[in-house]
Design a protein around this ligand. Structure first.
Ligand code: SF4
Length: 271
C-alpha cells in the first residue's frame, strides 16, 4: 500500500457503528429506536440520508434564532427585533444541513410563517429579555456505567431559574397530558443530564410549543421535576435499547408514525 492510500480514513463498518451506538445514546436516538427499530437502522446504522423537509427547515431556522436570542440574553446584550430578524434570515439561508426542494412559491410562505412564530414568541415575552439564563444550548453528558447503561448525551436548549426549557414547532395545538407523555423520554433524559452536571434537582421543565396556525400562538406546558418512576422507566428503556442493538433486532413497527417516515420505500422492500 502506498503512503497516499494508507492516509485515506477507513469508513467504519456496521460492527464499529453498532459498537459506537452502544457506548452513547441521546434522547432522540433512543426515542427513534423505541418507535421503529428499522427506521433507526436506516438512519443511524446504514446512515441513509434524505433531503431536508420544509417543516424541518422551518423548525431549525426558528430554533437557531431563539438560540441567538437566548445567547444574547446570557451576555446581557439583548437583541432588538431587527437583529433577531437578521439572525432568522441568516439561519434560513443556511443549507449546511441539507437543502430543501421547494414547490413554486412555497419557500416565501414557509419563511414568513417561521418569522411570524418567532415574532409572536418574542413579543409575548415568554423569556424576558432582561433575565439572564442559567445556560443556553449547552452540550452535556451523563456517565451511566454504574447502571450498566450507555453514556447519555444531549443539548439543553435553555435553563432558566433552574427550569429546563425546550423549544418545539408544531402544526396543531398540543394537548398537555398527551405531550407530557409523548415527550417523556426527552424530558427524563434532560433531567438526568441536568442533575449529573449540576449536582442539583431541576425546579421543573417547560415545553414551549410555537404553533403554526393562521394566527400563530405559543403554548407552554409546565412539568414538575422528574419522578423516580420516570427515571426508572428511562433506565429500563435504555436497557431495551442496549439489548436490541446487541442482538441486531431491527424489525419494522408499522403504525401512524409511518405517514412521516422518509424510509417508507426502503421499508417496503425489507424482508
Ligand atoms: S415506514 Fe414505518 S415501519 Fe417502515 S421504517 Fe418507517 S416507521 Fe418503520
Amino acid at each position: 500500500m502506498n503512503a497516499e492510500a494508507s492516509s485515506i480514513p477507513k469508513e467504519p463498518g456496521e460492527k464499529d457503528i453498532l459498537s459506537d451506538l452502544q457506548r452513547t445514546v441521546s434522547a432522540s436516538r433512543l426515542g427513534l429506536f423505541l418507535q421503529c427499530r428499522l427506521k433507526f437502522y436506516f438512519r443511524y446504522v446504514l446512515r441513509l440520508t434524505k433531503p431536508k423537509t420544509p417543516s424541518l427547515h422551518l423548525g431549525s431556522s426558528v430554533h437557531a434564532v431563539l438560540k441567538s436570542w437566548n445567547k444574547a440574553r446570557w451576555l446581557q446584550k439583548p437583541l432588538t427585533l431587527k437583529q433577531a430578524h437578521d439572525a432568522y434570515t441568516t439561519a434560513w439561508a443556511d443549507t449546511s444541513e441539507g437543502s430543501v426542494t421547494w414547490e413554486p412559491g412555497e419557500e416565501d410562505d414557509e419563511k414568513t410563517t417561521g418569522w411570524r412564530l418567532v415574532d409572536t414568541y418574542l413579543r409575548e415575552s415568554h423569556v424576558p429579555a432582561e433575565l439572564k439564563p442559567d445556560a443556553v444550548e449547552v452540550s452535556v453528558q451523563a456517565d451511566l456505567r454504574m447502571h450498566g447503561l450507555p453514556k447519555l448525551i444531549g443539548i439543553l436548549d435553555l435553563v432558566q431559574r433552574g427550569e429546563i426549557i425546550d423549544y418545539k414547532t408544531a402544526s396543531t395545538t398540543p394537548n398537555s397530558d398527551k405531550v407530557i407523555h409523548t415527550t417523556e423520554i426527552q424530558t427524563s433524559a434532560y433531567a438526568i443530564l441536568y442533575r449529573h452536571n449540576t449536582g442539583q434537582q431541576e425546579n421543573g421543565m417547560q415545553l414551549h410549543h410555537l404553533v403554526k396556525l393562521k394566527n400563530p400562538k405559543v403554548v407552554i406546558t409546565t412539568m414538575p421535576p422528574m419522578s423516580q418512576q420516570q427515571e426508572s422507566r428511562l433506565y429500563r428503556q435504555m436497557e431495551s435499547y442496549l439489548n436490541g442493538l446487541q442482538h441486531g433486532q431491527f424489525v419494522p413497527s408499522p403504525g401512524m408514525h409511518c405517514a412521516s417516515c422518509e424510509f417508507f420505500n426502503e421499508c417496503r422492500k425489507w424482508h
